[in-house]
Design a protein around this ligand. Structure first.
Ligand code: T1G
Length: 697
């Protein structure tokens, strides 16, 4: 009983779960609840039992960490705990507060009565983890809140606040004030009035046309959940609640759950759940590191990036001042921000008041003196070291002591930038991804001298800006861009070997990427990559590089912004249309190399692209640029459109099997054209294969 408190008051027993942080229903807690229940049932002086959660949650559900381990199915399973409660000869009253999710809500629904505080987060979010409620949730929730609401909550995983469910059978009372006092009073009334032992399983689901509703749900889910099997199985489990006897439907639900929990999609979603949380943990920066207060911000540069960055602060309610060198640039930047907000408002996603509030938080200036008092300043000027040097010299002179000086550079050396100031401990990289007000990823680049408090403050700011902050060390391209460079190289080699842009893009988009490399390049602007490659050719003259992208740029085909790139674009449209000019250019280029084109399979295309990320990611990991493999996955899931149902490049490699990855890499290395040296497995990869391990343990 070490994970509950068991207290008695009068003829009531109070069982309080205590498994911080969220009373995850792991084996120990399940065991403890059963022990507490048996004790109360055996005690003749106890007439009713109140069950609640200690700390910040009633219960956040099953302990996801136990999934796919023996503990998850060790008796008493959650099903057994709920069965013990439901069959109790004494009434069990759940006192629900803060969070009752997943198995936590299922536990409450197994009780005879439920009282709740207002504002409690109620959800069956299992579908977001690639599974479905596996302890009766699909059978009990529709019985308590109605078929339509139950179906919607289970298929979407959405959270509903307890008071919104006050009119349903889910809660017998929503109680203001002290929950436990009210729950005990309710329990005493149950006993005194002999209100009996109502079981949710005995409630009949009433609906005028259940089959039509279920068919509508099947059609809707089928259309949107192509890569995820769980939503459709949620519908089928709820359908069983309508058509099958309770116990048979429970067995059906359990079978679906056990099937889903083994799927790669569920493993990917659970990996992302924990990966998002792990990313904010920095081994040598303790939890309690004092933070600097961020009450105001400044952004240098009102271009696409600077404007987007400023919007992040306004969206978080943080006043931000935008500085530009020229009035016309400043004017253009601010009007672009306003236009973005107006566009959102036009779509009904922002009210006029909200728009005014956001714009009211954004001020502008041409004068550095005006930003001196800002708590953080983020530079988003041209990606050129000389320009950065000018800006950081100025910031060093102007900014108040203790201000954080951040650079939005996407590849340049943050240590060199820090050295332009006398306060390198205050300098950090905050690499936003375009469009900065949309993309969730924020690479937080830790310089050699960046202070721990500056790092901790910036990571906390990432959360306030609703970004996924991932710490990167200093190297060319940090984590994401360093890996994507290898990905783009392989894509270019494959054009030279025999593929066309549309085949490469189609193959990787079928794998699940939001956009293939050539469509992505046309969108971002082919000149961006061209600028970096020119630098690369100087820095690494021996590095083997495909050259078709250069040929495309030499024709001024920079992509959508010039109406043509790897594809052609009709005026005012963004559809990427295959272009015979490009195909001829590729044919001519192959001939100039003396290359006889060959057929490449989609499988080769996909795995050369993905495993190029994996091999470079392994090098980044062993160099300590990334703290953990799941950080690399979070970078790709939140910044590069890697398919969520695959979990990120490193998890995909784990599930593919690292030995099998090395076999494919050996195959790619035998290809005389695709840079066989690059395909030497990174030492860490070889080590893990040797140990029979994966990147993620
Ligand atoms: N299992 C294990 N750890 C969990 C957990 C869980 N269910 N929920 C949270 N944590 C950890 C989390 O990793 C973090 O750890 C800490 O708690 C605080 O979380 C049979 C099969 C509950 C709304 O999907 O949505 O029940 O980083 O930072 O913002 O049908 O956590 O501190 O080490 O998110 O206050 C279904 C998932 C499970 C709920 C709290 N339940 N959790 O949010 O804190 S499957 C869920 C959340 C299931 C049954 C099925 C949120 C929260 P660390 P946090 P928060």
């Amino acid at each position: 009983m070490n994970q509950i408190d068991y207290t008695v008051s009068g003829n009531l027993a109070l069982i309080t779960m205590k498994n911080p942080p969220v009373n995850g229903l792991g084996y120990e807690l399940r065991r403890s609840i059963c022990d507490g229940m048996q004790k109360a049932i055996a005690d003749p002086t106890i007439k009713a039992i109140v069950l609640t959660g200690g700390g910040r949650a009633f219960s956040g559900g099953a302990d996801i960490r136990e999934f796919n381990t023996p503990k998850a199915i060790a008796e008493p399973t959650l099903l057994s705990v709920i069965r013990l409660i439901e069959s109790s000869p004494k009434p069990v009253i759940a006192a629900v507060h803060s969070v009752a999710m997943g198995g936590g809500l299922e536990l409450a629904m197994g009780c005879h009565y439920r009282v709740a505080s207002p504002g409690a987060q109620i959800a069956l979010p299992e579908v977001k983890l690639g599974v479905l409620p596996g302890a009766g949730g699909t059978q009990r929730l529709p019985r308590l809140v109605g078929l339509e609401m139950g179906l919607n909550m289970i298929v979407s995983g959405q959270t509903v606040l307890s008071e919104k469910l006050a009119a349903t059978k889910l809660f017998d009372q929503i109680v203001e004030g002290d929950l436990i006092t009210s729950a005990k009073a309710f329990a005493r009334r149950v006993v005194d009035e002999g209100k009996g032992l109502p079981r949710v399983r005995d409630i009949r689901i009433e609906h005028p046309d259940a089959q039509a509703l279920l068919q509508f749900a099947r059609n809707t889910v089928g259309a949107v959940a192509r890569n995820f099997p769980a939503p459709m199985k949620c519908v089928e489990a709820v359908a069983a609640a309508v058509s099958k006897p309770f116990d048979e439907a429970m067995r059906f639900e359990r079978a679906l759950f056990l099937d889903l929990v083994q799927t790669p999609e569920s493993k990917a979603l659970r990996h992302a759940f924990f990966g998002e949380r792990a990313a904010s943990k920095i081994p040598d920066v303790p939890e309690g590191t004092p933070l600097r207060e961020i009450r105001s911000a400044a952004v240098i540069g009102a271009g696409t990036m600077g404007g987007g960055i400023a919007m992040n602060f306004a969206n978080a309610g943080i006043p931000v001042m935008v500085l530009e060198a020229k009035p016309e640039a400043l004017e253009k930047g601010i009007s672009t921000i306003r236009a973005n907000y107006e566009n959102t408002a036009k779509k009904g996603r922002m009210s006029a008041d909200e728009l005014a509030t956001r714009m009211g938080l954004i001020s502008q200036t041409l004068n550095y003196a005006d930003i001196a008092a800002a708590d953080i300043v983020i530079e988003a000027v041209f990606e050129d070291m000389a320009v950065k040097e000018q800006v950081f010299h100025k910031l060093d002179q102007v900014m108040k002591p203790g201000a954080i000086l951040a650079t939005n550079t996407s590849t340049l050396d943050v240590d060199r930038i820090a050295a332009f100031t006398n306060r390198p401990q205050d300098v950090i990289g905050t690499h936003f991804f375009s469009p900065a007000n949309v993309m969730k990823l924020l690479e937080v680049v830790r310089g050699e001298k960046t202070g721990k408090d500056v790092l901790a403050t910036t990571m906390q700011l990432a959360k306030r800006l609703r970004k996924t902050g991932v710490v990167s060390g200093v190297c060319d391209g940090f984590i994401g861009n360093r890996m994507i460079e290898q990905y783009i190289r392989q894509a270019g080699f494959m054009l030279e070997e025999g593929a066309l842009p549309q085949q490469v893009d189609r193959a990787i988009e079928k794998f699940g990427f939001a956009m293939g490399p050539f469509r992505m390049s046309d969108l971002a602007g082919n000149d961006v990559g061209w600028y970096i490659r020119k630098r690369r050719y100087q820095e690494k003259p021996d590095m083997k590089y495909p050259r078709i992208a250069d040929r495309i740029c030499e024709l001024g085909r920079f992509g959508q912004k010039t109406g043509a790139g790897f594809y052609r674009y009709e005026a005012g449209r963004r559809d990427a249309l295959p272009d015979p000019v490009v195909e001829q250019l590729i044919v001519d280029h192959r001939a100039s190399l003396g290359l006889k084109p060959r057929k490449l399979s989609d499988d080769e295309i996909v795995h050369r692209l993905v495993f190029s990320l994996v091999n470079e990611g392994a090098r980044i990991l062993e160099e300590g640029i990334a703290l953990r493999a799941s950080d690399i996955d979070m970078v790709y899931l939140t910044g590069y459109g890697f398919p969520v149902h695959r979990g990120g490049p490193m998890l995909y490699a784990d599930l593919y099997g690292l030995y099998n990855v090395s076999v494919r890499m050996a195959e790619f290395a035998r290809n005389p054209h695709g840079d066989s040296e690059f395909w030497t497995p990174a030492p860490l990869l070889a080590k893990l294969i040797e140990a029979g391990k994966g990147f993620n343990g």
